[in-house]
Design a protein around this ligand. Sequence first.
Ligand SMILES: C[S@@+](CC[C@H](N)C(=O)[O-])C[C@H]1O[C@@H](n2cnc3c(N)ncnc32)[C@H](O)[C@@H]1O
Length: 272
Amino acid sequence: MGNSPKITTRTGAKAWDTIWRWTWFTKEQWQGEFRRQKEGTRRALASLLPKLGVRSILDCSCGLGWKTILLAEMGYDVEGCDGCGFAVRRASQLAREEGLDIRFFRSRWETLGRTCRRKYDCVYNDAFAWITTRRALSASAGGICAALKRGGKFIFQGAHQWSRDDDRERMIQQSLELEGRFEALPLHQKDGIRLTTIVTREKTADGILGNRIHVVDDHGAVRIEIASVLDACIWTWEDYTETLGRAGFRRLYSVKEKGVGPRPYILNVAEK
Ligand SMILES: C[S@@+](CC[C@H](N)C(=O)[O-])C[C@H]1O[C@@H](n2cnc3c(N)ncnc32)[C@H](O)[C@@H]1O
């Protein structure tokens, strides 16, 4: 019998490092496609942002910078940051390849007050709802507030002003049905490395636990890298109202914007 492949499992910030490294490896598959994939968000933001009267935006969960690039292409003065160093380096490279000069920097949301060199009219975060502890929620709200000018807007998603407590179970179920419990991503082969990625999703008490299983055949030596991320669904509208209020925001409300498909995109706006 041969040796079994070594399995490494990563959670939290390290899981994002694994996800972005292998996503970057498959760049040829998505570089011509990412605008289409993010079209719903682009439309919703293109409708909302002019009404808020913002000019400068920090996309603080930028990952590889896909939405940062879209915001720059809409004409906003945008910068991107993320806790994952690999992602922000590659986001800079991607933006350059797309003909844009965008500043990206590494920062956790909790420390934005210290790391951002300027204040913005708007901070956008598409993963604020994924925070798993109350302590991290408060610290992140504080960091984001510190990066905003007075009157600045923080845009995020998750529970909203029309949510009810019993919506949670339904939202988890809906999202699972939409994304599926199992997904196999297209195979990718480059530089002697063959990558097979399988995604599994399971319902937990706190949301959906996603496992991205990367089977890496590196010149004949096989290893498995698993990135485990909780798409959390813990926070209620009351949690947001209370936490953001304590962090220094004066007002919180939700808006419905048209994206792609029949359902409206619901975004939350917190005003400093
Ligand atoms: C859902 S992904 C972002 C996807 C990206 N906006 C896109 O459109 O492709 C969430 C990102 O948030 C980052 N992140 C999670 N928690 C963070 C924190 N506390 N501070 C900074 N970044 C964080 C992760 O590194 C990850 O890149």
